[in-house]
Design a protein around this ligand. Structure first.
Ligand SMILES: [Zn+2]
Length: 402
């Protein structure tokens, strides 16, 4: 990825996604292997999720033609995600018996996470889809400003689709030479007050930090807010940010995005609530519903995939085969056991202050942005816990010596 980024023109050095796609095309020429990997994503509800990755239906159903349509038109992070998944799934199928399950499983997990992290750094912490870019464009007639734009990947894709865009970040990268790229300028939440753009884009705002969440909403005067993240899980933005969105805005679009494993990222597009519009009491419940029965009761989430949100053991039982199917797909073909219902945790806002170190570590492992400030707090917390543990051990030792 580093080599690819060194090139002045992106075509000079082939992107790793292209190399991975070439490997996939070579593998899926084997008809039996192709059938085996297709079975991971077809025939269940999860096939719909696979379609989010842009796999072609004729390929999913019959193995006809290439796995994806017009690869060049898809965003690079999506190409990288799906081709690395397909490549790994082929290799698991081919070599699981020779290498040994546990060893290969660990290697595949590392392969997925390394791909996730590197792609997140060079492109963005969330993967855009053609659909979400189209919807964002339709909501950006008065111009769009992205705060916390990072390297400007999402902004560049929107600029190339004709969106009038300004990209801001407190640590902007060096200006790009290519005219079609969107340059990112220095700017924080207070900069929004001086801008007249009508749509604000916040992509994966850091957890617990008000600067890219509450302060941004307080400074923004436009009509639409597009928030890319996990809804009220603790992974992105702040709890009060979610509350403000529900009280001051009305949800217009909700677009599930292609995801790395262990995340459920969506794009929520809100418009500001008119003075005469009442508070939609049902808004929040509509955003968090049981994947089984659609109930708005208290939900629990799957500790292995972090995908499922279910209300009861009855819904858990009803979706057992779906859960097994998703687990097998996200682990590139390993048939892992579905976590017992008793191990599921209540779904809700997880703040670093209230979370156990185990809960916070699990949330941190699930995100490709653990180096940012919002996650660093956990280092301090773990250090404090370790220090407390060491102190207790020393006191105990001193007591024994006395
Ligand atoms: Zn349910």
């Amino acid at each position: 990825m580093g080599l690819w980024a060194e090139g002045d023109d992106e075509k000079e050095i082939r992107h790793p996604a292209e190399l991975s796609e070439a490997a996939c095309l070579h593998h899926v020429r084997d008809r039996q292997l192709c059938k085996d990997v297709r079975s991971l994503v077809s025939g269940t509800r999860m096939a719909r999720r696979a379609v989010l990755w842009g796999f072609r239906k004729p390929w999913l159903r019959h193995g006809k033609g290439p796995p994806w349509k017009a690869a060049l038109l898809a965003p690079l992070p999506l190409r990288f995600l799906r081709s690395r998944w397909l490549e790994a799934s082929c290799l698991v199928k081919l070599h699981a018996r020779d290498v040994g399950g546990a060893k290969l499983q660990k290697a595949v997990k590392s392969w997925q996470m390394a791909g996730r992290d590197i792609s997140a750094r060079w492109h963005g912490f969330a993967i855009p889809s053609s659909k979400v870019l189209k919807i964002l464009k339709s909501c950006s007639s008065g111009g769009l400003v992205e705060l916390g734009a990072g390297v400007g990947y999402w902004a560049t894709l929107l600029k190339r689709r004709g969106v009038d865009i300004a990209a801001l970040d407190i640590d902007p990268p060096a200006p790009r030479a290519r005219e079609s790229s969107c340059n990112v300028n220095f700017g924080d939440a207070s900069s929004l007050k001086k801008l007249s753009h009508q749509t604000l884009l916040l992509c994966m705002p850091p957890p617990g930090e008000a600067s890219c969440a509450d302060e941004a909403l307080a400074s923004f005067r436009g009509r639409h807010v597009a928030y890319v993240g996990e809804w009220r899980s603790g992974m992105t933005a702040t709890e009060s940010f979610h509350e403000t969105l529900l009280s001051r805005y009305v949800l217009e679009h909700r677009v599930p995005l292609p995801c790395y494993p262990n995340m459920r990222v969506e794009c929520f597009i809100f418009r500001s609530r008119g003075k005469k519009e009442g508070l939609a009491q049902h808004a929040q419940s509509e955003l968090l519903t049981c994947d089984g029965c659609g109930a708005t009761a208290s939900l629990y989430f799957c500790p292995a995939t972090r995908f499922w949100r279910l209300c009861s053991e009855a819904c858990y039982d009803a979706l057992l085969s779906e859960q097994a199917s998703l687990l097998k797909m996200t682990s590139c073909g390993f048939g892992l056991p579905v976590p017992a219902w008793s191990s599921w945790e209540a779904y809700g806002w997880l703040a670093v202050e209230a979370a156990s170190s185990q809960q916070w570590s699990a949330l941190k492992r699930a995100t490709p942005q653990p180096e940012i400030e919002g996650w660093q707090k956990t280092v301090g917390k773990n250090d404090m816990q370790n220090n407390a543990r060491i102190c207790r051990a020393l006191v105990f030792l001193a007591f024994m010596l006395v």
